[in-house]
Design a protein. Structure first.
Length: 469
């Protein structure tokens, strides 16, 4: 049983509420998975037995970050200079890297998921969606199961995106045969995972999302059956879109990819897409009209060199927006905190190209918390108020690098940035990261175990040796 927590005399509590965004010198009481009370002087009132009282007089406390797009498995494919050529487009990049992904085993998925989630937690992320579309046949059927296992070990609130690729290379995809599935296999495993893991209740720690990888690498029937399953089960739907695939979809179907999705009824508040840098004005208006969301992933823009997602236009139009790390082969880290600052700076960079004003820094912070929670259809996340999940992170502001920055807590993570790990991360009312440690977990053992699998499966392969040439 997790003991109650009382954060006493908080220097600044960033609530996520537009009407009262900051509360100063208040206490916050956490009981079980939820925040039970916020106000001054709670420490002087009767408290539940065994309450852990934490002096927060130097702390800024923020709603936990919500990651809305990631590929955990790519933690084992980072820091390769050959995958960041300036003239390397998305499709060409995929052709290079997919043969390595085809080597993955079940243990690769488990340990890369642990690595990715641990880094997210260290930097204030409390809810993670992962788009797991990698299913090599030799790795077996339980890859997403191992991700749920990893999330439980770390205490991460986890939304698993069960992806797939069904179109062979011979018909125009970039997917090696060893990674292909049939539509029936995909649908059947989604149903299995739904029965085994999906929890729709308040403060749920694990949910399932139906998430075929992208239109250019699957049959049309894969997407039509996927959205039908999602809506039958009350699940969200996710995919890549507006990410360089438009020309391929136009060649195959005579329409752009968002129109292709509209034709399949894959738009609405239960759908969000990753990236969207190719969306034009009419498409952004359609997203807003239908309540279809976008996960903006700023980091890959620097690597791939494609267009910058028009976040300012999307905010102006009212498109639901969240932020995503994206895969670490196209980012090289798993730090959503860093993405908040990147997203803001990218919009400043391209501001002269568009008539819309750059949103205020506080809006980018909100995208990473409330915005992400909304994309995942989680009304219990994203704010710090009684009745909401106790998901938050705290930073000790008594640090040299923060001198001169503390007058505006809302803009601090956006304009200044928080480069180091946070001091405390709380998920579902439990401290999962504190003062540089995962309580009850031997981090160095996790490192050794992950390195052993990485060495045995990936570094010894001819495919990776070719990338190092």
């Amino acid at each position: 049983m997790t003991p109650p927590l009382l954060f006493k005399n908080i220097a600044a509590l960033i609530t996520g509420d537009i009407n009262t965004p900051i509360l100063r010198h208040v206490d916050m009481l956490v009981e079980g998975p939820a925040i039970s009370n916020i106000g001054p002087g709670l420490a002087s009132q009767p408290l539940p037995p065994n309450t852990d009282i934490i002096d927060a007089s130097d702390y800024f406390i923020y709603p936990g970050l919500v990651n809305t797009h990631h590929h955990f498995f790519q933690a084992f494919m980072r820091n390769y200079s050959t995958l960041s050529w300036p003239d390397l487009g998305v499709i060409e990049w995929l052709k290079l890297i997919y043969p390595v992904f085809a080597l993955y085993t079940e243990d690769c998925i488990y340990h890369s998921s642990l690595v990715s989630m641990a880094e997210l937690i260290k930097h204030g992320c409390t809810t993670a969606f992962d788009h797991q579309y990698l299913f090599p046949r030799h790795a077996g059927p339980y890859l997403v199961d191992r991700q749920f296992e990893a999330a439980q070990k770390l205490g991460m609130r986890f939304h698993a995106g069960r992806g797939t690729n069904t179109l062979p290379i011979s018909e125009g995809s970039t997917i090696p045969d060893a990674m292909l599935e049939t539509t029936d296999e995909f649908i059947q495993d989604c149903e299995r995972l739904f029965t085994a893991y999906h929890d729709p209740e308040l403060f749920s720690m694990r949910q399932l999302v139906v998430a075929p990888c992208q239109p250019c690498n699957s049959y049309r029937e894969t997407f039509s059956e996927a959205i039908a399953l999602a809506r039958n089960k009350g699940l969200c739907f996710h995919s890549h879109l507006g990410e360089g695939e438009n020309s391929l979809i136009q060649q195959r179907y005579g329409m752009r990819s968002l129109a292709w999705c509209e034709d399949l009824n894959i738009l609405g508040p239960d759908v969000w897409f990753a990236h969207g840098w190719e969306f034009n004005d009419d498409e952004i208006a359609l997203l807003a009209q239908t309540g279809t969301g976008v996960s903006h992933c700023p980091a890959p823009v620097f690597l791939v060199g494609e267009g910058v997602t028009r976040v300012s236009k999307m905010v102006e139009q009212g498109v639901p927006l969240g932020l995503g790390v994206d895969g670490q082969a196209s980012n090289d880290n798993s730090n959503l905190m860093e993405c908040i600052r990147q997203a803001y700076q990218l919009q400043c960079l391209v501001a002269s190209e568009h008539p819309e004003p750059v949103p205020a820094p506080a809006e980018f912070l909100a995208m990473a918390s409330q915005g992400g929670a909304a994309l995942l259809n989680r009304s219990d996340l994203g704010k710090l108020a009684p009745g909401y999940a106790a998901d938050f992170f705290a930073i000790n502001t008594n640090k040299l690098e923060l001198v001169g920055t503390l007058h505006d807590p809302l803009a601090l993570p956006v304009k200044v940035g928080l480069g180091a790990p946070v001091d405390i991360t709380v998920i579902n009312g439990r401290i999962v990261w504190r003062d540089g440690e995962f309580p009850g977990i031997d981090e160095q053992q996790l490192v050794r175990d992950a390195q052993a699998v990485l060495q045995d499966v990936i570094y010894q392969s001819e495919e990776v040796k070719q990338l190092l040439v």
